[in-house]
Ligand binder design. Structure first.
Ligand SMILES: O=C(O)CCC(=O)C(=O)O
Length: 319
């Protein structure tokens, strides 16, 4: 009995040490963010609390345009239906990219070198992932195209589609603006916990880059249980344990999340190439590590504040 409680004590010390380390490594980035934009600090401290968010939401301006009248590649999707689902669940799944668009982006992503593990020194073509790992002698979990994504006309067409901006304005308010566009590979590999955490994989977390955000995701290859599907916890965008509001950490153990929201609310999003969904990333979500085949994904993100020059994923900042 004594042995068990002692080993539990040691585990808890190790866990807390891990948490402190995770917070400590981010301090230089936080300081750079405050220096660049002092308004970042109140956001960073208060946007994780439900009252702070609700207060900020009161500043949302009503949009007056009707972008549903503009031609969109997402035929038959009404922005109001998407927004209703986002408000209720934090998630709408059911967007479909035209075949020509997702095939063009996938071709571009296979033929354009990407950067492994967010490191610009590891540059390779996705089909050469195995050789590249062997050459560098380390697992390569992700391959980002960074600013090169914007050389692909099909990427720009998705980014500029009027449905995306209409949904963003109706959900976030008239201040909504495009902040990120990225395409990236997630490769099956044996990655360390630190690499997985950097790639937002295998740990429920929420995003805290702005007071109010929205992220559109599109699969560019078929994604099943073995291809690293994205997971979202429905309803977690507007309900939060006090404990998870009063900590600087954004990632939490699956047990704590599933106990609070119920396992049935964790939706694993699988779908064919072209399948898309949109989520409020204040809700808990995560990617999972691909087991059998690489996943290629596109993200278009919206926020309401001046985007910081530093983007976590190194993608271009749209001004
Ligand atoms: O790769 C994924 O599915 C998750 C991405 C993610 O967590 C994020 O963009 O915040």
């Amino acid at each position: 009995m004594h042995g068990i409680s002692r080993s539990n004590d040691l585990e808890s010390v190790a866990r807390k040490g891990g948490k402190l380390r995770r917070m400590a490594v981010r301090i230089p980035t936080y300081l750079a963010d405050v220096r660049e934009n002092p308004a970042w600090l109140p956001m960073f401290l208060l946007a994780r609390t439900i009252p702070g968010r609700r207060a900020h939401w009161l500043a949302a301006k009503q949009p007056h345009d009707n972008a549903d009248l503009l031609p969109s590649m997402f035929e038959g999707i009404e922005s109001a239906a998407v927004v209703d689902s986002l408000k209720a669940e934090g998630l709408f799944s059911g967007l479909v990219l035209p075949d020509a668009i997702h095939r063009e982006i996938a071709r571009f992503a296979s033929e354009t070198p990407c950067f492994g593990n967010f490191d610009r020194r590891i540059e390779f073509l996705a089909p050469q992932h195995g050789d590249t790992e062997a050459r560098h002698g380390r697992p390569i979990l992700s391959g980002h195209h960074f600013e090169r994504a914007l050389d692909c006309e099909a990427v720009l067409a998705v980014q500029r589609d009027p449905l995306l901006s209409a949904v963003a304005r109706q959900y976030l308010g008239a201040q909504a603006q495009l902040i990120t566009t990225r395409i990236w590979w997630s490769f099956p590999t044996k990655a360390s916990e630190a690499d997985r955490s950097l790639a937002s994989l295998d740990k429920y977390h929420f995003d805290l880059d702005d007071w109010r955000m929205l992220k559109f995701f599109f699969y560019l290859v078929d994604v099943d249980e073995n291809t690293g599907p994205h997971v979202y916890v429905k309803g977690s965008h507007n309900r939060r344990r006090l404990k998870h509001q009063l900590t600087l950490l954004v990632g939490h153990p699956a047990g704590e999340i599933l106990d609070f929201y119920g396992p049935d609310n964790a939706v694993t999003l699988t779908g064919k190439a072209g399948h898309g969904f949109v989520e409020d990333p204040f809700g808990f979500h995560m990617g999972t590590v691909a087991k059998a085949a690489p996943r290629l994904m596109m993200e278009v993100g919206f926020g309401v504040s001046k985007p910081s020059r530093r983007r976590f994923h190194g993608e271009p900042v749209i001004r």
